[in-house]
Design a protein around this ligand. Structure first.
Ligand code: ZN
Ligand code: ZN
Length: 67
């Protein structure tokens, strides 16, 4: 969504939302509101638990192999 290439470190790590779409960590942090994340691809909302720091989201290094 930010059109930057994925990397293994920092804000460019590819992360998978529960709907299966992959975004870089930096974008996900911008998408995350206080109580939910909204996927820009399909509009699905994922509610966050209290103190959820999103670290449970899976990394998607497969996405990097496609480039
Ligand atoms: Zn991004
Ligand atoms: Zn999605």
């Amino acid at each position: 969504m930010c059109f930057l290439e994925f990397e293994y470190d920092g804000d460019r790590i590819p992360k998978v939302l529960k709907c299966g779409h992959t975004f870089c960590w930096g974008c996900i942090q911008k998408l995350a509101k206080t109580k939910y994340i909204r996927c820009p691809n399909d509009g699905k909302m994922f509610f966050l638990k209290k103190n959820d720091n999103l670290s449970h989201l899976k990394k998607n290094f497969k996405a990097m192999n496609n480039q």
